[in-house]
Design a protein around this ligand. Structure first.
Ligand SMILES: [Zn+2]
Length: 398
């Protein structure tokens, strides 16, 4: 089968990181740790597993960070190489799996937790918070925090993958493929909004207006009583969409501190070195970018005792002084599991499927590429914000 494979070893990664940077074209060029290969179909490793044929697979910010060598080395023991990337998958069953017949359209819940690995459930999995599973490196599947980072399972950027029945959610006919492929990012956004848990009327800062930022904004409005939501967006089309999705104010990064000072009647201070910051600021700030600049911004503009949520895979190097001085509560929002909402407990994916059926997601998948055009696809994804695209996806059937 045809698949894109991430094959480079860590030292070569570092080389990619040094020459990669953010220059469009270079990352998808000769230094990319990715190649298009014809490889064996993945084999179901045990009971409850079967083959899934991806119909649409998204390109995620964490994929781009991994490809450009910007991901932390922290993750290196949590993956197994070579792997087929792609964890945002809308597909169809090739084999019957559990009580789902072959041909069923499904979305993939990518976390490879205890149940999929055929081992006794760890305390986190037993409590339904599978994204916190402690056993993502053991069991009958190679190490991999998710499908799309595991050598044994295949991934969405290939013609076939294998998945465990616990990872599969059937998709109603009313949800198109281009909505279904957004269910995984939507689940992450629901999780981020509920981890942010703003008090009714609270002022919330959302930094970043790519897929994570836009969907997190949508979910703040859908699932929380957030008051003012100020969104930091770099590009014009992102700013328009953020207003449509319920942002109170949308600003460019350079104006963020001033806008937030005004919105929250705070004091602005300018240190001898480094960016300006506030005494006062947002009640809750959500970093949906994960760069050093975005991390510094959320840490420097959250009020004392406020909450900072890291919703994008974070970069290193931010200054933690405000965490100490402002007694900030810094928390992560990784993947999805079980949520407690006003209506009781529900899996995040069930909430995401409900939301995908009715949320204004039209046009969010802005470009679809064949696997063979992967260099163009990645160039497009790296420049998506500037080009006015939210999500770029592969259709491995093309
Ligand atoms: Zn577990």
């Amino acid at each position: 089968m045809l698949a894109l494979e991430l094959y480079r070893s860590v030292p070569r990664y570092v080389a990619a990181r040094m020459v990669g940077g953010r220059v469009p074209g270079l990352l998808a060029g000769p230094v990319a740790p990715l190649r298009l290969v014809n490889r064996e179909e993945p084999v179901a490793p045990g009971q409850g597993w079967g083959r899934v044929r991806p119909r649409l697979s998204g390109i995620c910010g964490s994929d781009l960070a991994t490809l450009s060598g910007r991901a932390s080395f922290y993750f290196s023991p949590l993956v197994s190489m070579p792997f087929v990337p792609g964890h945002e998958v809308a597909g169809e069953l090739y084999d019957p799996i559990g009580d789902l017949p072959a041909g069923t359209r499904v979305v993939l819940e990518p976390v490879l937790s205890c149940t999929a690995r055929g081992i006794d459930r760890c305390p986190q999995c037993a409590a339904g918070v599978t994204e916190r599973c402690d056993r993502v490196t053991v069991g009958h599947v190679a190490p991999g925090l998710q499908t799309g980072y595991c050598a044994d399972t295949g991934g969405g950027w290939g013609a076939m993958l294998v998945a465990h029945q616990s990872q599969l959610h059937p998709v109603p006919d009313s949800i198109s493929d281009s909505r279904a492929v957004l269910v995984e990012p939507l689940a992450c956004a629901i999780h981020a909004a509920l981890r942010a848990e703003p008090e009714p009327g609270a002022t919330v800062l959302v930094v970043g207006a790519g897929t994570v930022g836009m969907l997190t904004l949508l979910c703040l409005r859908e699932f929380t009583g957030a008051g003012k939501v100020l969104v930091v967006a770099k590009h014009g089309r992102q700013r328009d969409l953020a207003r449509d999705l319920g942002a109170t104010e949308v600003v460019e990064p350079v104006d963020a501190v001033t806008a937030l000072r005004r919105a929250t009647h705070s004091y602005r201070l300018t240190p001898e070195r480094g960016p300006a910051y506030l005494l006062g600021g947002a009640d809750v700030a959500i970093d949906c970018v994960g760069s050093k600049a975005s991390l510094d911004l959320v840490l420097r503009t959250t009020r004392s005792g406020g909450r900072v949520v890291l919703a994008g895979m974070p970069a290193t190097g931010a200054d933690l002084a405000p965490v100490w001085f402002r007694e900030l509560e810094v928390t992560g929002a990784y993947a999805a599991g079980t949520e407690i909402t006003a209506n009781g407990a529900a899996t995040t994916f069930d909430l995401a499927l409900d939301l995908a059926a009715q949320a204004p997601l039209e046009g969010m998948v802005g470009a679809v590429y064949s696997l063979a055009r992967w260099r163009e696809a990645l160039d497009h994804a790296f420049s998506a914000g500037r080009l006015g695209t939210i999500k770029v996806a592969f259709d491995p059937r093309l």
